[in-house]
Design a protein around this ligand. Structure first.
Ligand SMILES: [Zn+2]
Length: 337
């Protein structure tokens, strides 16, 4: 009779603990109290034979409790396994960027900044081609490219990111394939759409540096207004026949914006497009590579970017010069900064 009561009480306590999910300490205390109460009752009121069994049972329970308690303490004392953070670069990447890492102005810290940066390239054409390829090769972590055009064979004389077999394909998809083939360690985000007043703010807002390689003025003004409003640096380049120019427009950190220098789009016919006036094939390669280099400097802080000045390159005579640019107080885009 006593044995049944003993086992029954413990079973009820165990069931209660299971369903009410007591704290471990509370459960232990309750079990110990029940055990002592039952043992005490057994020792005082029962006959000699049963008393022996009760004492034996009590000792066995104490030993079991001790072993259990020891287990719990050991589990608590076990050091927590802390997850070591995944390294930013794997060995292959470290080898890939070794020529960067040895540069005093870049080093490992600069390469890390490149990997953690996001650059948006507007236009996957003549300027966009070298910009995208060099940023990809340089290890810029996230590269967005927006363009709503398709690859045309009349552009392949200078748009070297596209292959002849991709004629008719979306330019951003063709560019993305070339970039992924060049460096699988960068994230490429192709946007096959036109940049509009509705989507420009949201898109640019996601990037650290904006690069404008388009050849139409309405997009240039749109990108500039948005970059100014968001306080993002804008690397801008332009081409005409044998001559190219580039500048970093960054009024938030000094210097003018694009609209300070070009307050009005030229009248139709005064600034003919590449299709109308022609452009020598390697020229976008020169200017686009310089734009990619300006982006690398902006991201890593190396050297000095062409902020507040414009670099002009004359390919026909192999000459380059720089002119100073100043901010215009009445600029509609940046006067409120
Ligand atoms: Zn301005």
């Amino acid at each position: 009779m006593f044995g049944v009561t003993f086992v029954g009480t413990l079973a009820i306590l165990w069931a209660l603990n299971r369903y009410l999910r007591w704290q471990r300490a509370l459960a232990c205390v309750l079990f110990a109290l029940a055990l002592f109460a039952l043992l005490g009752f057994g020792l005082w009121h029962l006959e000699y034979g049963v008393q022996l069994w009760t004492v034996a049972g009590g000792l066995a329970s104490l030993v079991a409790g001790y072993v259990l308690g020891l287990k719990v303490l050991k589990a608590r004392a076990r050091p927590q396994v802390t997850q070591t953070p995944k390294p930013l670069f794997n060995d292959t990447e470290l080898e890939r960027y070794a020529r960067h890492i040895v540069l005093r102005e870049l080093g490992g810290a600069g390469q890390k900044k490149l990997k953690q940066s996001k650059v948006l390239v507007v236009g996957a054409g003549g300027l966009g081609s070298p910009v995208l390829m060099y940023l990809t090769a340089a290890g810029v972590g996230t590269i967005g490219v927006i363009d709503d055009d398709t690859v045309e064979h009349t552009n392949l004389q200078r748009q070297i990111i596209h292959r002849d077999e991709n004629t008719g394909q979306s330019k951003v998809q063709s560019a993305a394939a070339a970039m992924r083939a060049l460096n699988p360690f960068v994230e490429v985000r192709p946007y096959a759409r036109r940049l509009t007043g509705e989507n420009v703010g949201e898109l640019l807002g996601d990037y650290d540096v904006i690069i404008d390689g388009t050849d139409n003025f309405s997009t240039r003004y749109l990108v500039n207004r948005s970059a100014v409003a968001l306080g993002k640096p804008l690397v801008s380049g332009a081409l005409a026949q044998w001559e190219g120019q580039l500048s970093v427009f960054d009024p938030a950190r000094g210097g003018p914006c694009y609209e300070c220098i070009f307050p009005k789009a030229p009248a139709d016919g005064l600034a003919p497009s590449c299709a109308e006036a022609g452009v020598v094939g390697p020229l976008p390669g020169v200017i686009g590579s310089m734009m990619a280099l300006e982006a690398v400097k902006l991201i890593t802080g190396a050297g000095q970017v062409t902020r507040g000045e414009m670099l002009i390159y004359d390919g026909l005579y192999g000459e380059s010069r720089k002119i100073k640019l100043a901010r215009r107080d009445d600029c509609a885009a940046c006067k409120n900064l």
